[in-house]
Ligand binder design. Structure first.
Ligand SMILES: *[C@@H]1O[C@H](CO)[C@@H](O)[C@H](O)[C@H]1NC(C)=O
Ligand SMILES: *[C@@H]1O[C@H](CO)[C@@H](O)[C@H](O)[C@H]1NC(C)=O
Ligand SMILES: *[C@@H]1O[C@H](CO)[C@@H](O)[C@H](O)[C@H]1NC(C)=O
Ligand SMILES: *[C@@H]1O[C@H](CO)[C@@H](O)[C@H](O)[C@H]1NC(C)=O
Ligand SMILES: *[C@@H]1O[C@H](CO)[C@@H](O)[C@H](O)[C@H]1NC(C)=O
Length: 479
């Protein structure tokens, strides 16, 4: 094991991005965890698993699919191993590989540790190229940042590990959530000789092309709020028009800035509407805060019973009574390069729009204007059909039934991204585990005391299914 030298101790905590804020309701971020949770977990000593987690670097090929001289350049890709639970190569004990998504890998921690003991599993976390510490040190083009290269990276690292650990017979299960959930499913389909199964949590892999209606994402948010409180839903729905109307009056923006106690005077109503819209998205996607928290405040009308006062009350309930709201950072010009946005502007083109009967003001997805923004910001032309050309997705029931196996598609139906998830069983081993009350990636965060029974049940079912895959594999290869 001395090949594997530990460099330093790491703090592991949960990541979560909140949805991005820009001048018009933009595509929400895909990420397993919500921003406020990050700080929460960071501050919780029990999640400090640093001593168990050993970081390593793999000399990774820049371009797996070309033989041009630049393709042979390499960069250091980080992966982290936890050997604590592993039964070892001699007993062909399994390897759980957590595939990184659009974030630093130390911000990502799977549910894997909870059940590692019973599986005697080796835990491996592999960081996605161009994120965290796995960024090429030379001036590598962002053209090499894409899902196919990332999957090939994971393949190389896993084959290297199996070889180095003499664990050729150890079955590999890949796990991922959100974008990384799609990667886990695609990895199983593309590299069946490396992974015997995949757990794809909250993976909206059908939110491409025209497979899922563009309004799907926001329709789920709408339903969440309707189910929480009809009056709250009506208030929010009417608030957008109220904000527009007030803003259009003389001194209206000034009035709104005071009403919502903004950090800087509003320059356009969109700033406020985006801020509020992102807040409702976050509540629906991450239960952060729960929609009931926002709606109780809106219905209670502690700040006055006109629409704007109610909405302000919802905002205070959501973010607390802050010194100021909405626009804390004055836009200063240079924005850091947004790698995830680059990915959505190239291949991960998810057509998310807002339909007519929505919590929000209607805004159909307009590919032309989407593409214009990508061209302006990154000089790239999106390829909206590439994901379905390369990985499929159309008629997934029929196609995967014929050749796929061993993938769990888990979803929480309160999560807006579940609208693009696989929600029906495809075969005995292509299993959908939707939960009515679940939200984004809830099943892959570690278990806690207060978890509801349906979540415990969902996780136990996942464990049982994975156990059955491993048992079948052992039977077939005579282990
Ligand atoms: C694994 O098996 C090899 C070869 O049979 C043996 O040399 C080695 O000691 C075993 N390792 C463990 C940890 O049992
Ligand atoms: C898996 O982990 C959960 C959460 O800690 C636990 O309740 C369950 O019993 C574990 N299952 C097995 C088979 O270890
Ligand atoms: C990096 O590459 C880009 C695109 O090829 C180029 O425009 C830029 O000047 C390069 N930067 C450095 C520091 O070499
Ligand atoms: C879509 O956006 C383009 C470019 O901004 C615009 O010209 C066009 O009218 C829009 N289409 C619809 C249906 O709104
Ligand atoms: C799919 O099958 C599994 C059993 O393998 C079952 O637990 C689950 O509820 C089924 N999913 C749906 C959506 O019917």
């Amino acid at each position: 094991m001395n090949k594997f030298i530990s460099f330093y101790l790491l703090f592991i905590f949960f990541l979560c991005f909140s949805v991005t804020t820009t001048n018009s309701l933009t595509l929400p971020r895909l990420s397993p965890f919500s921003e406020s949770k990050t700080t929460e977990y960071q501050n919780t000593k029990t999640f400090n698993l640093n001593e168990d987690m050993q970081p390593y670097f793999y000399e990774q090929t820049l371009d797996h699919f070309n033989y041009l001289s630049d393709s042979y350049k390499t960069f250091k890709q980080r992966y982290i191993i936890n050997f604590n639970y592993w039964g070892g190569a001699n007993s062909s004990a399994p390897i759980f590989a957590y595939l990184g998504g659009e974030d630093d890998i130390v911000n990502t921690l799977g549910f894997m540790t909870d059940n590692a003991t019973s599986f005697k599993a080796l835990l491996v976390y592999i960081e996605h190229r161009y994120y965290g510490k796995s960024v090429p040190s030379f001036n590598a083009s962002y053209g090499y940042l894409n899902s196919a290269q990332a999957l090939a990276d994971y393949a190389e690292v896993l084959l290297y590990l199996k070889d180095s650990l003499h664990a050729q017979k150890s079955p590999v299960i890949v796990v991922g959530g959100s974008y990384a959930g799609m990667l886990a499913a695609w990895f199983r389909l593309k590299y069946p000789h490396i992974a015997i199964g995949a757990l794809a949590s909250s993976a909206p892999l059908l939110y491409f092309d025209n497979i899922t209606p563009a309004s799907g994402y926001n329709d789920v948010i709408t339903r969440d709020f309707q189910e929480t409180s009809k009056t709250c839903y009506e208030t929010i729905r009417n608030s957008w028009f109220e904000i527009d109307e007030v803003a259009s009056k003389p001194n209206g923006l000034n009035f709104l800035s005071k009403k919502f106690n903004t950090c800087y005077p509003l320059e356009q109503p969109g700033e406020l509407k985006d801020y509020l819209g992102n807040m409702y998205q976050k509540a629906a996607q991450y239960n952060d805060p729960p929609t009931t928290t926002i709606c109780e405040a809106i219905d209670r009308a502690s700040y006055g019973d006109d629409i704007l006062s109610r909405i302000y009350g919802g905002m205070v309930a959501s973010y607390g009574n802050k010194k100021c709201n909405v626009n804390p950072d004055k836009y200063t010009g240079a924005k850091p390069f947004d790698r995830w946005r680059w990915q959505t502007c190239t291949e991960i083109v998810m057509p998310i729009g807002i339909g007519d009967s929505s919590l929000f003001q209607p805004k159909p997805f307009n590919f032309t204007s989407f593409a214009e923004n990508c061209k302006k910001d990154f000089g790239v032309q999106p390829r909206p059909h590439w994901i379905t050309s390369y990985y499929g997705g159309q008629d997934i029931q029929l196609v995967l039934k014929r050749f796929g196996s061993n993938i769990i598609f888990s979803n929480g139906l309160r999560d807006p991204y579940s609208s693009g998830g696989v929600l029906n069983n495809i075969s005995d081993s292509l299993v959908a585990l939707p939960t009515v009350n679940g939200y984004h990636c809830q099943d892959i965060v570690p278990a806690i005391e207060s978890d509801p029974a349906w979540l415990v049940h969902q996780r136990n079912t996942e464990v049982e299914i994975i156990q059955s895959w491993i048992k079948k594999y052992y039977d077939e290869v005579n282990i």
